[in-house]
Write a protein that binds this ligand. Structure first.
Ligand SMILES: [Zn+2]
Length: 198
């Protein structure tokens, strides 16, 4: 019995009972065949791993969209480390207490919501850029970033209202359908009633 380590929970388990994720590498074995690497998982751990992977890919995509938007907004080639840190801290919900950063992970504002809020304040951002002479790119970035942060709740509230309205519309529609079905059924009954008289 050979024990292998689960790539997700790191616990060792009998190899026979484990799921193996195989990957063909570009390296070759001595006999010339391509070398295959295997990662072992408990079945349950493998689904968790896949979920995590999907989530990370989604995050990356959302971050990329935000990034592309911001370099256009600020007319930059790249966002520097300090700008990225500001975005990451907001995403993670990390906070500074007495100049010491308390790190958290993905507990803050999603990238999609940041982007939506930036779009919401776009006119204001343009106005800010036009009417202020910022000394550095960083000054402009952090000023508009602050405006975005101040407007996140407005967007969040709007989203909640939209969802509630959608739910209510759905409920109304279901009620209408129920009424229609009832009307149909009662019509049928009437027809039957008439035939009873004939
Ligand atoms: Zn496991």
């Amino acid at each position: 019995m050979r024990l292998v380590k689960c790539n997700w929970c790191k616990e060792k388990e009998n190899k026979e009972s484990m799921f193996a994720e195989e990957k063909v590498t570009e390296q070759l074995n001595k006999d010339g065949s391509p070398r295959i690497t295997r990662k072992y998982f408990h079945n349950d751990c493998h689904s968790l791993y896949l979920q995590d992977k999907e989530q990370k890919e989604k995050e990356l995509k959302a971050l990329d969209q935000l990034y592309q938007y911001l370099i256009k907004l600020h007319n930059l080639d790249v966002l520097d480390g300090r700008m990225m840190e500001k975005i990451q801290d907001l995403r993670n919900g990390s906070i500074k207490v007495k100049a010491k950063k308390i790190k958290r992970y993905k507990e803050g504002v999603p990238y999609e919501l940041m982007l939506e809020t930036y779009k919401f304040i776009e006119d204001r951002a343009d106005y800010i850029k036009k009417t202020n002479e910022f000394k550095t790119e960083w000054n402009e970035f952090s000023y508009i970033f602050g405006t975005m942060v101040n407007n996140i709740n407005a967007i969040k509230d709007a989203a909640v209202k939209r969802k509630t309205a959608e739910r209510m519309n759905k409920a109304i529609k279901i009620n209408q359908e129920t009424v229609e079905v009832q009307v149909k059924n009662s019509t049928k009954k009437d027809e039957l009633d008439i035939s009873d008289f004939l």
